[in-house]
Design a protein around this ligand. Structure first.
Ligand code: NAD
Length: 443
């Protein structure tokens, strides 16, 4: 199929590159000309494992990029909307969605034949049918269902695993206002043989995405609340969680005695809080949406509250370990919100670094991938090192904020240093017995 994808960020670009790899003819559209130039010259504007290879193989034969939305929509049969949907402090901010819907609507006015418009961005229930559809009708002067189709196809990719997730989806949700819309989406994804498809109306599709994200965020905040309790109870939350994981409802036992370890149990693990461009804003948006509709959203409100407080636990643990941190050399390892990405949006490391700097600590930071973005955002709050070894040299304490695999070398590196800094493990990724001076969340 000929597809235009409007919004070439993490979701738009990964979807575009993968759909091109699968044989579709894709044009990515963005307002930002620098992104477009980079893609056209096969340079990924974001870090995502495998993306370079996809651009190398598909640009320009099946994947092109442009700022010209009109031409892209005119020359395609399906347009996907993949722009950001931030939280504005009160509600989900749909201004980018509205803008793109209006832009596509104007083009549909002059386009002959049926065109399919699909919302891929995460939007609160009702947005596709009650915001996007009317805008498309208003600007095109045409009728949804008759002249064009409208769909909602949420994206479940995880940054850092985005290409793997897109290429091997758990399920594909085909939300549509009518059978023709759903069938068009079905055709787009017909290349995925054997994947479970969920045919749904747009509201259900929108709700599936929020429910999935909110559940995972709830598991994390649950684990963190238990972790904080364990600290007071003087037990190690890692031992507690390992014991909980062994419930056969969480890790079923096969006939041969082996255990299956479902991915979700990795969310039942303590840490310094969740971040990124999805969980924080999506849970907040759902809470606001629910409460606006008169539903009490107590549980999900608490999920957010626990998460907002959690990064500060790192500073508390640090100060308990070494006292006043004013003028003290502290190293923060990892700024990306999770390993495998350069995304620092809402990363707990940001608030920790800012908190340390506000207390007068001399902060050195290191991230294997996200340095450029982090330096830009943090300004004078931290000095960045080129290597892990440089970053930890001379530190009185080291805070592990992102579970980058390279940080597993820390015990070896710290073991070599004379003055054994305190290591505060914000991801509980290191063996506590492997360091002289170890502290961590939930310990
Ligand atoms: P992003 O901020 O990385 O990218 C959005 C892009 O849209 C930007 O490049 C921006 O320049 C462009 N844009 C904005 N307005 C435009 C316009 N009028 N015309 C053309 N381009 C425009 O966002 P993202 O992380 O890719 O997220 C996009 C959506 O997907 C969000 O709703 C998000 O919640 C959802 N989502 C994200 C992830 C993820 O892991 N990042 C996963 C699943 C779903």
């Amino acid at each position: 199929m000929k597809i235009s994808i409007v919004g070439t960020g993490y979701v738009g670009l990964v979807s575009g590159a993968c759909l091109a790899e699968l044989g579709h003819e894709v044009v990515c559209v963005d307002l930002d000309p620098s992104k477009i130039e980079m893609i056209a010259s096969k340079h990924p504007p974001i870090y995502e494992r495998g993306l370079q290879e996809l651009l190398d193989r598909n640009v320009p034969a099946r994947l092109t990029a442009t700022t010209d939305l009109r031409k892209a929509v005119l020359e395609s049969e399906l347009s996907m909307i993949a722009v950001g949907t931030p939280f504005d402090g009160t509600l989900i901010d749909l201004k980018y969605i509205r803008q793109v819907a209006a832009d596509i609507g104007k083009v549909l006015r002059e386009k002959a034949g049926y065109h399919m418009v699909v919302v891929k961005s995460t939007v609160v229930p009702g947005t596709t049918a009650e915001v996007v559809l009317p805008i498309l009708e208003q600007y095109s002067g045409k009728k949804a269902g008759k002249d064009f189709g409208v769909g909602m196809n949420p994206e479940f990719l995880r940054e850092g695993e985005a290409i793997e997730d897109f290429m091997h989806p758990d399920r594909i949700v085909l939300g549509g206002i009518d059978d023709r819309s759903i069938d068009t989406l079905d055709r787009l994804y017909s290349v995925f043989n054997g994947v479970d498809l969920v045919r749904a109306d747009p509201r259900t599709a929108e709700m599936i995405k929020y429910t999935a994200n909110s559940l995972l965020a709830t598991l994390i905040s649950f684990s963190n609340e238990i972790a904080n309790l364990c600290t007071v109870q003087k037990v190690d939350v890692a031992d507690v969680m390992k014991g909980v994981h062994l419930d056969r409802r969480f890790s079923p036992i096969l006939e041969n005695g082996e255990r299956i370890k479902p991915g979700f149990i990795s969310y039942l693990w303590p840490g310094a809080g969740f971040g990124g461009s999805c969980f924080p804003k999506d849970v907040k948006a759902l809470v606001a949406h629910g409460e606006n509709g008169g539903v009490q959203m107590q549980l999900l409100r608490s999920v957010i509250d626990v998460n907002v407080r959690q990064p500060h636990k790192m500073i508390e643990i640090l100060e308990q370990g070494i006292g006043d941190i004013g003028g003290v050399d502290i190293t923060v390892l990892g700024v990306a919100f999770k390993p495998g990405t350069d995304d620092i949006r809402e990363s707990p490391a940001i608030s920790v670094i800012q908190g340390l700097a506000a207390r007068g600590a001399k902060v050195t930071a290191f991230d294997p991938i996200a340095r450029k973005e982090a330096e830009h955002m943090l300004g004078n709050s931290a000095v960045f090192s080129d290597t892990l070894a440089d970053a930890i040299s001379g530190a009185k304490a080291i805070l592990v904020m992102t579970a980058w695999p390279e940080f597993k070398a820390l015990p070896d590196l710290v073991g070599m240093s004379k003055d054994a800094p305190l290591v505060v493990d914000g991801r509980r990724m290191l063996f506590k017995s492997s360091l002289h001076n170890y502290a961590g969340i939930g310990l």
